[in-house]
Design a protein around this ligand. Structure first.
Ligand code: UDP
Length: 331
């Protein structure tokens, strides 16, 4: 039996880039996705299994019939606002279904797990850049689901020897530099793809959620990290577990913060398009400044972001947006 990496949620934005990278590095890949928000055609190779994490019988069959070397888990709901309105949906999928996956892993003696966590575990930061040992006081159900799973993972390591790496993403952005993959959320809520829709004409404008923050230009500062760099950190984390490393949690960010106004200005320059900007009120729950201290990932994983300039993040995402406009107009 050939060893394979199980990528749960491999049809989504981050998962699909991960599948491509794993295949490129010679790994066998099995993607499990229920296609609730992912796209079948974003899975560029390997084996594809349509199914849901709630289906324990399916998980048992998956683990029984394959030699799974590690599991990467990208299948979670990500909308903060929705998690406040409908917490049941978030606890059910992000916690209960993840537990189902972990229990199946333990039952089949698969003991390496890479988890998509989030800077949302920190809540409102008391110190920026944020180190991993910053207090975990998430301020919404989405962030709580991520922190709950991280705590479950600590207990599963202690009790069952399940080794895991939790990767706390700051703002994942950009697209496959070769133009095969990109962000396709519906509805889209993220800043960069929304600005690009305003630049391409798919949207009339971009709304800036607050200009009265305590930051140099009054708009919120975020740490945008290129999707390829993000995926590379997963690869390194998995390979480190394969060499016998202990469980860990790492921030994944550039350590560079960019304000909403800076992102808009950079996009206008990179795309050479004029973007209509509308000032709107603050969005609830947005801290003024979220920037990672990612020195632990650099030191322990040997991770070095290659696309740390905002320009390259936007260039790659813009190429994808232009493709999307063509694809949608041909429908
Ligand atoms: N933002 C904005 N207009 C939008 C979407 C986002 O001004 O249409 C702001 C948002 O308030 C935040 C930043 O852009 O300060 C990044 O938001 P995003 O939703 O992309 O990521 P988050 O930091 O919430 O994970």
């Amino acid at each position: 039996l050939e060893e394979t990496i199980l990528v749960v949620g491999g049809a989504g934005y981050i998962g699909s880039h991960m599948v491509k990278m794993l295949l490129g590095r010679g790994y066998g890949v099995t993607t499990l996705d229920n296609l609730s928000s992912g796209h079948r055609d974003a899975v560029l190779g390997g084996e594809f299994v349509l199914g849901d994490l709630a289906d324990r019988a399916l998980l048992d069959k998956l683990f029984r019939e394959r030699k799974i070397g590690a599991v990467m888990h990208f299948a979670s709901f990500i909308q903060v606002g929705e998690s406040v309105q409908n917490p049941a949906k978030y606890y059910e999928n992000n916690v209960v279904n993840t537990l189902n996956l972990l229990d199946a892993m333990v039952a089949h003696n698969v003991k390496r797990f890479i988890f998509s966590s989030s800077a949302a575990v920190y809540g409102n930061p008391i110190a920026v850049p944020i180190p991993e040992d910053h207090p975990k006081l998430p301020i919404n159900p989405y962030g709580r689901t991520k922190w709950m799973v991280e705590q479950i993972l600590e207990d599963y390591d202690r009790a069952y020897g399940l080794k895991s790496v939790s990767l706390r993403y700051f703002n994942a952005a950009g697209a496959d530099p070769e133009g095969q993959l990109g962000e396709r959320h519906e509805p889209e809520t993220h800043l960069i793809p929304l600005i690009l829709r305003a630049a391409s004409g798919r949207a009339p404008d971009i709304k800036v959620f607050g200009r009265d923050y305590d930051t140099p230009d009054g708009t919120c500062i975020r740490d945008y990290v290129h999707i390829v760099d993000l995926c590379e950190a997963h690869l390194f984390a998995m390979e480190r577990l394969m060499k016998g490393a202990s469980s860990a949690a790492y921030n994944l960010g550039n350590g560079n913060g960019f304000s909403v106004a800076e992102v808009i200005a950079t996009t206008e320059r990179v795309t050479a398009r004029k973007i209509t900007v509308i000032d709107a009120t603050r969005r609830e729950g947005d801290p003024p400044r979220l920037v990672a201290d990612a020195s632990r990932a650099r030191a322990e994983l040997g991770w070095q972001p290659r696309f740390d300039r905002l320009d390259s993040i936007i260039e790659h995402a813009w190429a994808w947006e232009c493709k999307s406009v063509t694809r949608l107009s041909e429908k």
